[in-house]
Design a binder for this molecule. Structure first.
Ligand SMILES: Nc1ncnc2c1ncn2[C@@H]1O[C@H](COP(=O)(O)OP(=O)(O)OP(=O)(O)O)[C@@H](O)[C@H]1O
Ligand SMILES: [Mg+2]
Length: 598
């Protein structure tokens, strides 16, 4: 299946219907915390019991302690004090057990979501580039942050409240049954259509919430992209236009959100109100019917008051259950998205029993390689190449010819459609990814540095390297001097976009980072394009020393770099059109010759 290349203004398609399966899966996720969950449920039951008993005490007080027809019972004081103490103890007990329940469920909810977030992050690290090629980062971001937050709320609040209130519903019904079976029957009958109505509303709400999420995710994606491209936006005076796009996306979100709110804040409370009123009316009608028709045993005043209280608790519990069920429907929308990420197979992953590449010599072979990013649009076709260990290869060709693509295949950033890429005779698909990446040092066209000090950034490729080793690497690539000229030297903090450094300086820092890892195969994609020709001369030295005894691929435009190479590959028209050293290719008077003369 071809994934649509999702843009900020396109909703992500979801084929999932609201289903209990998602919830089941989420709950299964919490399997590890079964013990805590059982404790939470026990505590909930205790809390509900404690909070339900006082109404029965009320019945006892009304029927047995309060003066009946003006007659006061003998031990009224003792009985009142006992009831009061009982009443207060039960209420305090309920408060205390509620506190314990909340504490337990908060911890459990946070632990589960912490695990979920970790898995999600692991997955995002594992997924190959094609996943990211297909959707904006903003959309991925909301999944790791907002969506998971709501799931934690699900475990802490929704799920516990549903269990608690289902329990209250059962208990109150049984209580009412004991006190007045006829009223219990009425209560039960009333609750059936109420449930159906609430379920219908919850389902509708789910659709609205899904739309709401999509619009929110679109807006976030746009903001994330705008922040990344701020320089371009300013340079082209696009602020106004982008403001308008943002407003439009916000409006769409607000509209979707308003619809959700109407369901959540109007339909639900409205139906709750109607149901409560109906219940009370039906209850009193029943009471009236029983008393006026003198059916069976009469109704005591205490029983009527208590049944009314329990009826209120019952209807409240129905409402809370439905309200929480609709929150759960919100969560299922999020869960769908999160499991969708977790279920995405990483296209690039280790095969079973991968081969560890040890003591790599650096022989690279392409055997009839065909590759495409998008199905049926080949970028490379039938490429055959054999690169001997230690050779320095310059890759040249027009823009978009596939130079970056060819070198990406060696590190197995993407998988070939057909053919084979081999390192030391081992197909990269059969080698362990860790060992491939450990042996290949890559410096891509757009260097990326992380927020932190220059020292941290160099150490990135070898976390256990000492300061001296990092400085040694910086010296090798002639970055040491410019770093030392900074007030804070190696401790200079740079932002994630590295805006504090010039483009050339950034490249030197990344070059130092690469050299520190000491890889056997080196890939430099326009790595020195921004370095001035003075420094370039120095770097050229580095090439001669550092690249010695390593296989290297250098994509460059500078003739000085290219002509030094052992071999030059001229890439265009989906294949390698020319292959040879500078002199040979110039003599050939073909593509390369024309390029040089340009
Ligand atoms: N992630 C991607 N998804 C789809 N198409 C891509 C992707 N990356 C590159 N391409 C396409 O593949 C072709 C080769 O791209 P590549 O980046 O290899 O070119 P290049 O030779 O490195 O160009 P340049 O000199 O501009 O860096 C181009 O047509 C490009 O549009
Ligand atoms: Mg390129």
């Amino acid at each position: 299946m071809q994934v649509s290349r999702n843009l900020y203004f396109e909703d992500e398609v979801s084929e999932e219907k609201f289903n209990a399966f998602m919830l089941k899966r989420l709950i299964k996720y919490a399997g590890e915390y079964k013990g805590t969950y059982i404790k939470v449920i026990i505590m909930l039951i205790v809390t509900s019991f404690l909070s339900l008993i006082p109404a029965t005490i009320n019945m006892y007080i009304i029927n047995n302690i309060l003066p009946q027809n003006g007659k006061v019972i003998d031990d009224v004081l003792t009985q009142s004090v006992i009831m009061l103490i009982l009443w207060i103890s039960l209420s305090l007990g309920a408060v205390f057990s509620n506190f314990i329940t909340s504490k337990l469920s908060i911890k459990m909810g946070n632990d589960i979501v912490c695990n979920l977030r970790k898995d999600l992050f692991d997955k995002l690290m594992e997924l190959s580039f094609d996943y990211y090629d297909n959707r904006p980062t903003g959309k991925i971001l909301v999944r790791v942050t907002n969506y998971t937050d709501e799931i934690s709320n699900f475990f802490i609040n929704d799920m516990t409240r549903v269990v608690e209130n289902v329990f209250i519903m059962i208990v109150t019904l049984v209580y009412i049954m004991f006190i007045e079976i006829r009223m219990a029957l009425v209560t039960f009958l009333v609750s059936i259509p109420v449930f159906f109505l609430m379920w219908f509303l919850a389902k509708k709400l789910h659709e609205k919430v899904r739309n709401d999420r999509n619009k929110n995710s679109n807006r976030t994606a746009f903001v994330a992209e705008d922040i990344n491209g701020l320089e371009v936006i300013k340079a082209f005076n696009r602020e106004r236009l982008n403001d308008e796009i943002f407003e439009e996306l916000s409006e769409k979100f607000l509209k979707a959100h308003a619809q959700t709110t109407v369901y959540r804040e109007i339909f639900f409370p409205l139906s709750h109100g109607v149901i409560r009123t109906l219940c009370t009316v039906i209850l009193y009608m029943t009471a009236l019917f029983i008393t006026t028709h003198n059916i069976g045993a009469g109704l005591t005043l205490g029983a009527l008051v208590t049944v009314t209280t329990y009826m209120q608790r019952f209807s409240n519990a129905v409402f809370v259950v439905c309200q929480r069920l609709q929150s759960i429907t919100n969560v299922t929308s999020n869960v769908e998205r999160i499991f969708e990420v977790l279920d995405t197979p990483a296209k690039i992953k280790n095969c079973e029993n991968p081969i560890e590449l040890t003591d790599v010599k650096g022989k690279i072979e392409f055997e009839d390689v065909t590759f495409s990013y998008v199905p049926e649009v080949n970028v490379l076709e039938n490429i055959n190449l054999t690169i001997e260990p230690g050779q320095m290869i310059a890759v040249v060709g027009p823009t978009g010819a596939g130079k970056t693509t060819i070198v990406s295949l060696i590190s197995r950033f993407y998988d070939v459609q057909s053919g084979k890429v081999m390192i030391d005779g081992v197909d990269v698909k059969e080698a362990s990814l860790e060992s491939i990446r450990k042996n290949i040092g890559v410096m891509m066209q757009d260097t990326f540095l992380f927020r932190g000090t220059i020292m941290d950034n160099i150490r990135f490729s070898k976390p256990d390297a000492t300061d001296e080793e990092c400085m040694e690497a910086a010296k090798k690539v002639h970055a040491h001097d410019f770093i030392m000229n900074r007030k804070d030297g190696y401790q200079t903090v740079i932002s994630s976009q590295g805006t504090e450094l010039s483009a050339g300086e950034k490249q030197l820092v990344s070059f130092a980072r690469l050299i520190l890892a000491d890889p056997k195969i080196i890939i430099l994609d326009e790595a020195t394009s921004n370095i001035d020709s003075e420094t370039e001369k120095l770097v050229q030295d580095v090439f001669n020393t550092v690249l010695k005894n390593r296989t290297s691929f250098i994509i460059a435009h500078r003739l000085s770099t290219i002509r030094n190479a052992d071999r030059i590959l001229y890439v265009d028209k989906k294949s390698v059109l020319e292959d040879g050293n500078h002199e040979e290719l110039v003599a050939k008077k073909g593509y390369y010759y024309r390029l040089v003369n340009h």
